[in-house]
Design a protein. Structure first.
Length: 285
C-alpha cells in the first residue's frame, strides 16, 4: 500500500490507506457490481466515450442507478497522483443494503471506487492457451458483454491453465463456440480474413476488440474450436496488452507461426492511441 497514492471513494480523494469499504458491501459479498479499466496516455483517457457508454449500459443492465461526473473525478485523481500514463479503474458496487441476495433499493447507495494504476507492461513472449473445462456464462445467465464484477469462471480458467503450464485459457460458449480468452478477447486470421467471436457467444464487448473492428476489416464469427486448426494466426487482445500473438492451443496441439499481420495490427492500434490523444488533449487539460 502506497501512502502517497490517492483513491477516489464516494466523492472523496483519500490516501490509499484510508480508502475503506464496509464488509457488508454487496460488491464484496456477492460480486454485485461492475468495473471499467481505461488506458491513460499523456493524461488523456483513450476511448473515453466507448468506456462511458459501456459503463452506462452495464449499470442499466444491473439496475444500478449512479450519477457521477466521471470526467471530473478522473481528472482530479490523475492530478492528485501526478500521473499522465497508465490506467484508470472504475469499480461500482450496488452498495450496502441487504443480508441476502435480494437488494433493498430504497436503502442502497452505490459504492464508487476509482484507482489510477501505473502502466502495466504487457507480456514479452507468445502465449499458449489451454482449452478450459470452464465455459463462459451465457447472455441469458448474466450480462457478460459488460465488465461485471463476477469473474470467477475466468479466475478458475486461468488457474486451470497455469496447472497445465499455459499463460492463458480459451473459453467456449455454452453451445461450444469459440468465445474469448479468460482475460482478453481473441482475434484470428483464416484464409486472409480476420475474425473475432460474435457477441452472441457471450464474449466481452472489449475496447480493443472495438478498436480493431473499426480500424480493420474484421468479421464476427460463431465457430467451433476445431475451426481454429486451419487459422494462420491467433491473437489475444485487450486494453493492457494491446495485440499479442498466441503460439499454440493445448491440449489440441495447434500451433501458429509468426505472422506479419501482428506488427500491422500493433501499428494500427498504437497509431490510433496517438491520434485519439492528439484530438482530445485540450479537453483533458
Amino acid at each position: 500500500m502506497n501512502p502517497s497514492r490517492f483513491i477516489y471513494l464516494n466523492g472523496q480523494y483519500l490516501p490509499e490507506s484510508e480508502a475503506l469499504i464496509p464488509v457488508a458491501d454487496r460488491g464484496f459479498r456477492f460480486g454485485d457490481g461492475l468495473f471499467e479499466t481505461i488506458r491513460i496516455h499523456h493524461a488523456v483517457p483513450y476511448q473515453w466515450e466507448f468506456h462511458m457508454q459501456r459503463l452506462s449500459e452495464g449499470l442499466a443492465a444491473l439496475h444500478i442507478t449512479c450519477n457521477e461526473d466521471w470526467a471530473a473525478a478522473t481528472k482530479g485523481l490523475l492530478q492528485k497522483n501526478m500521473q499522465t500514463d497508465g490506467f484508470i479503474r472504475i469499480s461500482i458496487s450496488r452498495g450496502v443494503g441487504s443480508r441476502g441476495y435480494r437488494p433493498h433499493p430504497q436503502t442502497l447507495t452505490p459504492t464508487i471506487v476509482m484507482e489510477s494504476l501505473r502502466d502495466m507492461s504487457g507480456p514479452k513472449d507468445e502465449y499458449n492457451l489451454w482449452v478450459s473445462n470452464y465455459t463462459k456464462p451465457s447472455l441469458s445467465a448474466l450480462p457478460v458483454n459488460h465488465k461485471i464484477a463476477q469473474g470467477l469462471n475466468s479466475t478458475l480458467a486461468l488457474l486451470e491453465a497455469e496447472e497445465h503450464h499455459c499463460e492463458e485459457a480459451i473459453l467456449l460458449s455454452q453451445d461450444g463456440k469459440v468465445c474469448e480468452a479468460a482475460s482478453a478477447n481473441i482475434l484470428w486470421l483464416k484464409d486472409g480474413t480476420l475474425y473475432t467471436p460474435d457477441l452472441k457467444t457471450g464474449c466481452l464487448r472489449g475496447s480493443t476488440r472495438e478498436t480493431i473492428m473499426r480500424l480493420a476489416d474484421v468479421k464476427t464469427a460463431l465457430e467451433p474450436l476445431d475451426s481454429l486448426k486451419s487459422a494462420e494466426a491467433l491473437w489475444i487482445i485487450n486494453g493492457r496488452i494491446g495485440i499479442h500473438p498466441v503460439q499454440g492451443i493445448k491440449p489440441l496441439n495447434i500451433h501458429f507461426a509468426d505472422h506479419a499481420m501482428t506488427e500491422t495490427l500493433k501499428k494500427l492500434w498504437r497509431s490510433d492511441i496517438e491520434n485519439y490523444t492528439h484530438a482530445h488533449r485540450e479537453a483533458w487539460q
